[in-house]
Design a protein around this ligand. Sequence first.
Ligand code: TRP
Length: 334
Amino acid sequence: MTQKNVLLTGIKPTGQPHLGNYFGAIEPALKRADGNRDNFFFIANYHALNTIDSAEELKKLTHIIAATWIASGLDPSKCHFYKQSDIPQIFELETILNATVPKGWMNKAHAYKAAVDKNRADKKDIDSDVNMGLYNYPILMASDILIFNANKIPVGKDQIQHVEIARDIAMRFNSKYSTTSLTLPEYIVEKDIQEIPGIDGRKMSKSYGNVIPLYGTEEDWFNSIRRIVTDSEANHTIETFKATTFYGIYHHIATEEESQKLCESMVGHNIGWKEAKEDLMEKMIKRFKEPSSVYLDLLHDTNHIDSILDEGAKKILPIAKETLGKVKKSVGVI
Ligand code: TRP
């Protein structure tokens, strides 16, 4: 029997998306979506509760992530597009799975381990500032995936372990209850994607404060681009120029030819950093201005966003109910 492919991925609404999120997760996930698959894209707003404690902020970020997906090319009529909180079966499944997941698996999950390590280094209680949402994060993420029988999960490298745990949870459940109710998921990580550096040269990340925002106004972009670290090296070779933070960012946005041209101009001293940054601004505008206006328009009409998400959830509730029904039968509650 050949199983159909069901692709699923989610984004936590915890911050304004930046270029790193776009090139590392959003663009590759949307490229993977093709006509032969059932594709599920969602906003993981319950996951965001672990860190966002203002209702207003969470609502705003939820709309921002929804608008980002759509501006990036997601067509809600061709895929399943929804927010996690509209699928209550996810949370019921999580409660059932809690009973089968060994606590030790959660102790080893990297987000929790990182929090513990940091507390240790800071000489605090190891569980200081760790809430149960963070601790149980992998079980909720497993429920997101398993409720829709998803088997292909495009994620960034940092999420591989979570998908592996979801797979382990599904296997354990199926074997414990001698059932095939849960589909075993596998992750998809794009190998040939180069990480985009932040404006300070480290990995682009909200927590380092070194991001270039994805969608927004030209002013938003310019404020970041002008702060990209540059050296005063007057004699770059093609190799040393290609190793700069600036080029690391530039070549993600510009075409191959444009990148080559910039290299030659910089190495040949025809232009300096100021002109290079202006050039980058131009390329940002060329690539992201149109989707930015889609994004900004959507955010002016959040009712429209809400109705798209509501519709999206309604269409897939029957699938969630069916999976949960099988699971409830397997454990003996119906
Ligand atoms: N944990 C993911 C992240 O932080 C977001 C996420 C939640 C997710 N549930 C998911 C991704 C299910 C893929 C599948 O990026």
